[in-house]
Design a protein around this ligand. Structure first.
Ligand code: ZN
Length: 462
């Protein structure tokens, strides 16, 4: 058997791994690389393998850094893409949104950056490419073994990271030997709202485990609601606007559920809450179709005909006109909008219109990568550029670190150690080197024989 680490190795974007077993090639995830424009363009347009030679693909979850380059793959690949049902449904809206961003990006490049007509680019993929790839999905539920290839049985288990996210367990027979390979995808954390805890898998011989927070411990999730309630109280008294940049998938639904609980228990005053992101609205609708992914708390609400993602003060903003109309309305109010790192989407309009008023507040609830507007806001830079114009950052900025969809070092260790007795080789992927290396060192100390941190482009024979 050979494992290729094509992406999401030594880094946290563009996840893509391939295993060769019994002469078949199985692709695990096909993520979009997100980073500097030039490098992203180069990597996303040139897959590091021949798509025609792939026999079958499995997809761990719907985040774009794991699924976002499937439309490119399928330009030259006609095989199956196996995922959970929720992942397939989320991909339908997430990949269409990604195609829209690719088209806008190419438009921007050709207008503002390309100097000559021959420098102009086409989008990495378009809506037609997305439609085609959606025809190739095969969806299976958690815990239902599926024959993926000769001698390879795939079973998905709940990863508890986002709706539909899975840990892929491959039970393999090759040359008369039997072994188990586990790919964690992105691993969630215990006790996050809405989802089940990540499933621990025993008996793994080989494991590819993410290491995003391989050397960090998260704040307890329970304090997130308290911080949110404090922010709402402050904005209510000031009659200001609370702007929350949020990811369309999972974080939006977590925040809505927090509002649902805080309002129900009277812990916050009643004020209008707007979700101004067409993608987040579509994703929230998909949540309601997948009770198989919910934890007991959410299921019991649905049994009582209570919708955890709704409350009387909530308004879903669909049209552009309604979105612009929010500028004219006076506070107090809450606006949730995407993108989560303030790199595009309607959040930019709300920031432009509200960032210079000290009565307002920007509440950061997610990770902000380097070189993004979100990061500059977190750093409280006095002036920030939005749509090419400088604005004074006068609004209050608060940060809630307790929300995170990834396991921290304790969660990751528990996952690896559940297979301690059998684990021969552990590969730490999806992490920056400071996190992965510290985690490797620690797990070696806990008795896991071989722990490696592969880099993009490496392969190993086993
Ligand atoms: Zn993810």
């Amino acid at each position: 058997m050979r494992i290729y680490f094509f992406g999401g190795a030594g880094e946290v974007t563009g996840s893509m791994h391939m295993i060769e077993v019994n002469g078949k090639r199985i692709l695990m995830d096909c993520g979009l690389y997100q980073g500097h424009r030039e490098e992203a363009n180069r990597l996303n347009r040139n897959l590091p393998f021949a798509p025609r030679n792939v026999d079958v693909m499995l997809l761990s979850h719907a985040h774009i850094d794991h699924s976002g380059n499937i439309p490119s793959l399928c330009k030259n690949y006609d095989g199956d893409i196996v995922s959970t049902l929720a992942t397939r449904d989320l991909c339908a809206v997430m990949l269409m949104d990604s195609a829209h961003i690719q088209e806008k990006d190419a438009e921007f490049f050709n207008k503002k950056i390309a100097k000559n007509p021959e420098d102009e680019i086409t989008p990495v993929y378009n809506y037609d490419d997305v439609s085609k790839c959606l025809e190739q999905f095969i969806a299976i539920n958690y815990g239902r073994p599926y024959r993926l290839a000769d001698g390879v049985t795939l079973t998905f288990h709940d990863a508890g990271h986002v709706l539909g996210s899975s840990v892929a367990v491959l039970d393999i027979q090759e040359n008369g030997k039997t072994y188990r390979l586990v790919y964690s995808g992105d691993l969630g954390r215990k006790q996050i709202p809405i989802l089940n805890d990540p499933t621990l898998i025993s008996g793994a011989d080989i494991m590819l485990l993410e290491s995003t927070y391989g050397n960090r411990v998260h704040d307890p999730i329970e304090i997130a609601d308290n911080h949110l309630a404090e922010a709402v109280h402050t904005i209510y008294e000031r009659k200001g606007k609370l702007i929350i940049p949020t990811f369309a998938l999972e974080r939006t639904q977590e925040i809505l559920y927090s509002f649902h609980k805080l309002l129900k228990t009277g812990r916050i005053p009643r004020l209008p809450v707007y979700v101004d992101s067409p993608l987040a609205i579509k994703v929230t609708d998909i949540f309601r179709l997948h009770p198989e992914c919910f934890d007991e708390e959410i299921l019991s609400l649905f049994e009582n005909r209570e919708d955890p993602f709704d409350f009387p003060e909530l308004q879903m903003v669909r049209s552009k006109e309604e979105s612009q109309g929010l500028n004219e309305e006076s506070g107090p109010m809450v606006i949730l909008s995407a993108s989560g790192m303030c790199e595009g989407g309607r959040i930019l309009h709300h920031l432009r219109n509200n960032i210079s008023d000290p009565n307002n507040m920007i509440l950061i609830v997610g990770y902000q990568a380097k070189h993004t507007l979100g990061r500059r806001i977190v750093e409280r830079q006095p002036r920030v550029r939005i749509f090419g114009l400088e604005h004074d950052l006068e609004a209050e900025v608060r940060i809630i670190n307790a929300y995170s969809g990834h396991a921290d070092k304790n969660g990751l260790d528990a996952f690896a150690l559940a297979s301690k007795d059998t684990l021969q080789k552990l590969f730490l992927v999806h992490g920056e080197s400071d996190q992965s290396e510290a985690m490797a060192e620690r797990l070696r100390g806990q008795g896991i024989r071989e722990v490696r941190v592969p880099q993009r482009g490496e392969y190993v024979d086993l």
